[in-house]
Design a protein. Structure first.
Lengths: 368, 415, 150
């Protein structure tokens, strides 16, 4: 195959933008080969799923109408009357859930390989920002069909924000666009979901990707201690990229199968359109948040009414806040990893958090 | 220290207190002291509509409200006391049949109740037979807590009325000497009207008085029954009137509507009521080869309706299957409702006892049912099409993936 | 041997290219069909254009026609004075379909003799509530119906 640098298009671009140095630098980029290699794919999978979300989201935008009188009907219209509307909607729902899952796997794999250590602190911080935005995407998007399921989940979710001291009530009113969840809430969640969050996400994502390209793939701890022969590297361009593409193809096919066979979700992770939201109707027996919020929901349910002199729910939120802060600042707290050594304390903390999330999630679905 | 000056002032104020605090009705003051709180008139009367209109004990019973002793009360010229059973209608009518008087208190109330009562079975037995057990005003309206029939707690409110009539009419022992059945209340409660009114609180459904009248209560006569039912069931009554049954029934003195539908135990109609064999009601009069086309017509009607009903069920099944497969069926459900509408209209047409008019409606319904079936079937086809489409896309993607994999392998080998 | 390799390589390139095109096709086909607007342009339009004219109503024996508005059935009628009025056609008693009675100047439900005036107000019989009224606008020959503001 002729080299990229020989092609006419390349010469045309290089003449104008002097990209030779950049291309030279990028062609040196390597991917370390080791037993945790498979986790390198999850960042790319998250990115792919985000791209799917943007495309399907833009398509849905053509027919979705925000507003208490029109939202539900427009989604029903998309699913029933628009050609392949059922497919675009199912893809959007599945891709959203898979993306959050991929992002969590990506985050935990980065954590457990201490890839956040110097010099990649900012990559970790931008990543945490992206995680927060992804969850915000999920929460805001969930309300948009304005069905019973979403209405009550949103009411409970925003209600928890109101539990914060001092600022809680104001935050709740700003989130809901009023005291209650109404069409006004749809308005601002919609603006958030299609304009504000995509803008912020794109900025953070661009930074995240630029950092990765500049610094290359993180090596596992103790990589430098292996022999030169043991340190196998694979070229990023074109080898890893093509493999990434292959993985994306497989993920695309999995998405398509899920969308066709389980358009309304599977098992407890269910999102049928159901009935339209009625603010005056009594809440259904079981109100569930999306699965990725379930662990927090369940944990808060288990807390007693009061812990000491602090209200139970508030205590829970504070603990989560503190935990989240520690997790976000881990590159600066875990000094040991800078020297390339495994930090057993932070390792244990990571497993604790993972176990907590898994147990709480399972409990939330199966334990009554 | 209490000076005599102060004492005089105090006594003076006490004497004048009635002027300050309003005339005290001594009837109420005295009677309240010894009457039971639940059942004593002086306690109950505050709930009565007459009290709310500003009337007091003396306005009905006469007497002097200022008197402090019963003897003084009885001595008053206008004292009427407690009326006997026979006297009650006239007692109430003293005001209620006086248009001039009623005009001052409630101009919209009719004043013909006594006249109507006199024409009713109750009134006839009261005045002609001197029946001591028959209903008078207070039997239905209660006494001392009379409420307008629009008020939910009133004994004459539609939701309470069947119970009020049933106080006598459902009491077999009480009614034993009159020779009329006492099953009406029970029957009514099981009927569509009773369930609609008493369970669903649908005030559009008739209570006893809507068919029997209230003050002029009398069972509708054989000839007027159709007119009574026809007040709501206009189409059925109209069709019946134009049907061959109208003459046949009136000639044979058969009660219309009731002969097939009963009077109190009117149950939900079903398609098995029309036909040429039991349990159809047609065979009550018609026999095969009796000279008219009765049973033949019944058979045609029954067949037509059955055909539509089956088509409706079939359409419903396919529609449910499409819905269960996750397809959106709102448009088809809309059309499905129209099939039901056609069925209702066909069943109404039964009362013309003419197979052609019924079949006109069933044909309409059959066409619509067919459309529903076709549309639902195509939705199910779409369901399978999606899977085939996915299969094809999967084949393409797999080919691409395999080719890509081989390409990668080749690349690595060459490096 | 080199020829074999070269033909195999060419074959792979062709399959790769073909597979890529086919996959792209199976992605683009649903997308293009999706952005093509369906027959019914909107779920519940704020304004509905009726596919018949005033003259069609004049020709109707009962001077009225039914139409589908979103999920509901509506009725539009011509009053004696030549005015167009439209409202929901489902009786508020037990959901039968009402009809226009130009001979009586009312809207009538044949199920239990419920009566509404021509503005949809329930005036007699079992119906507990009025029929939801729609706004009617005539633009040239076309008739537009929209829901009343709450």
């Amino acid at each position: 195959m002729p080299a990229l640098t020989d092609s006419r298009i390349y010469k045309w671009v290089d003449e104008r933008f002097k990209i030779n140095d950049l291309v030279d630098y990028l062609s040196q980029k390597g991917v370390p080969q080791h037993r945790h290699y498979i986790f390198y794919y999850f960042g790319g999978i998250s990115l792919f799923l985000f791209i799917v979300q943007v495309i399907t989201g833009i398509l849905l935008l053509m027919y979705y109408r925000p507003g208490a009188d029109t939202a539900y009907e427009s989604v029903q219209f998309i699913v029933a009357n628009v050609s392949f509307g059922w497919l675009i909607r199912a893809l959007h729902s599945w891709s959203a859930n898979l993306m959050v899952f991929a992002v969590f796997v990506h985050m935990f794999s980065v954590y457990f390989t201490s890839a956040y250590r110097k010099p990649r602190e900012l990559t970790w911080l931008t990543g945490m920002g992206l995680l927060g935005l992804a969850l915000a995407f999920g929460f805001s998007g969930y309300l948009l069909p304005w069905n019973e399921l979403a209405f009550f989940a949103t009411r409970v979710g925003t209600g928890m924000a109101g539990a914060l001291p001092v600022i809680g009530d104001d935050i709740l009113i700003v989130m809901r666009g009023g005291e209650e969840v109404t069409g006004a809430t749809i308005g601002r969640f919609f603006g958030l979901h299609v304009a504000i969050l995509p803008g912020l996400f794109t900025v953070l994502l661009a930074a995240h990707l630029v950092f990765i390209q500049r610094q290359g793939m993180s090596e596992p701890l103790g990589w430098q201690n292996t022999t030169a022969a043991g340190r196998k590297m694979e070229k990023f361009f074109p080898n890893f990229l093509l493999k990434d593409l292959l993985v994306w193809l497989i993920v695309l096919n999995v998405l398509a199968v899920l969308a066709v066979f389980f358009p309304d979700g599977i098992g407890a992770v269910h999102w049928p359109l159901g009935v339209k939201a009625d603010p005056f109707a009594p809440p259904p027996e079981v109100i569930r948040p999306e699965w990725y919020f379930m662990f927090a929901f369940q944990a808060l349910k288990l807390l007693p009414a009061h812990v000491g002199f602090v209200e139970g729910e508030l205590f829970g939120i504070m603990v989560f806040g503190l935990g989240g802060l520690v997790w976000t600042l881990v590159p600066f707290l875990d000094r040991k990893s800078h020297t390339g050594e495994i930090n057993r304390l932070f390792y244990a903390f990571g497993w604790l958090v993972l176990a907590f999330i898994l147990v709480m999630t399972v409990m939330g679905y199966f334990w009554e | 220290m209490i000076r005599s000056k102060h004492l005089a002032l105090l006594l003076g104020l006490l004497a004048l207190s009635p002027l300050v605090f309003g005339q005290e009705d001594n009837c109420v003051t005295c009677h309240r002291e010894f009457e039971d709180e639940q059942t004593g008139p002086s306690h109950m009367f505050v709930r009565d509509i007459h009290a709310q209109k500003g009337l007091g004990c003396a306005d009905c019973h006469g007497g002097d409200t200022a008197a402090e002793d019963m003897e003084d009360v009885r001595r008053a010229k206008n004292y009427r006391g407690v009326p006997t059973h026979r006297q009650v209608p006239d007692f109430c009518a003293r005001c209620h049949s006086d248009p001039a008087y009623m005009h001052e208190h409630n101009p919209s109330l009719p004043t013909d109740q006594l006249d109507k009562y006199k024409s009713s079975v109750h009134g006839q037995r009261m005045f002609r037979e001197r029946d001591a057990k028959v209903a008078d005003c207070i039997s239905c309206h209660s006494v001392h807590e009379i409420g307008s029939g629009l008020m939910p707690h009133s004994s004459t409110h539609p939701l309470n009325l069947p119970q009020t009539c049933g106080k006598c009419h459902a009491d077999a022992e009480y009614m034993a000497e009159y020779g009329i059945p006492t099953t009406q209340l029970d029957d009514y409660r099981q009927s569509v009207h009773g369930i609609a009114l008493l369970e669903r609180h649908d005030l559009g459904a008739p209570a006893c008085n809507d068919c029997h009248g209230n003050h002029g209560a009398a069972p509708p006569g054989v000839t007027s029954l159709a007119a009574v039912c026809g007040n709501c069931h206009v189409l059925e009554a109209g069709l019946f009137k134009g049907s061959p049954h109208q003459e046949a029934f009136s000639q044979n003195d058969l009660p219309m509507c009731e002969s097939c539908h009963s009077n109190h135990l009117i149950v939900e109609t079903s398609d098995i009521m029309v036909g040429s064999a039991e349990p159809a009601v047609c065979v009550q009069c018609h026999e095969p080869d009796d000279g008219n086309a009765g049973l033949q017509t019944a058979m045609s009607i029954s067949t037509a309706i059955k055909e539509l009903r089956l088509a409706q069920e079939e359409a419903g099944k396919i529609l449910a299957e499409a819905g269960a497969k996750g397809m959106m069926i709102t448009d088809e459900e809309f059309l499905y409702k129209e099939v039901n509408q056609a069925l209702i209209q066909a069943r109404t047409q039964v009362h013309a006892f003419n197979a052609d008019s019924v079949m006109a409606k069933t044909t309409e319904g059959l066409t619509k049912a067919e459309t529903v079936q076709t549309n639902a079937a195509s939705l199910i086809d779409e369901y399978y099409f999606r899977r085939k489409g996915l299969g094809l896309a999967t084949v393409f993607i797999t080919i691409l993936a395999v080719a890509l994999y081989l390409k990668i392998r080749r690349l690595e080998k060459n490096q | 041997m080199n020829q074999q390799k070269s033909t195999r390589r060419k074959f792979l390139e062709i399959v790769l290219g073909g597979g890529a095109l086919a996959t792209l096709g199976s992605i683009l086909y649903p997308v293009i069909k999706f952005i093509t607007p369906p027959a019914a342009a909107e779920a519940d339009p704020s304004q509905l254009k009726l596919d018949f004219s005033r003259q069609d109503l004049i020709d109707e024996p009962k001077k009225a026609r039914y139409f589908k508005y979103g999920k509901d059935l509506g009725i539009i009628l011509l009053t004696g004075a030549g005015e167009l009025k439209a409202m929901a056609a489902t009786c508020t008693h037990l959901d039968c379909t009402v009809q226009h009675r130009p001979d009586l100047g009312i809207i009538w439900c044949s199920c239990h003799n419920g009566k509404y005036d021509l503005d949809g107000k329930n005036i007699s019989g079992p119906p507990p509530k009025p029929l939801a009224a729609y706004k009617v606008k005539e633009v040239g020959d076309a008739i537009f119906v929209s829901r009343e503001e709450a």
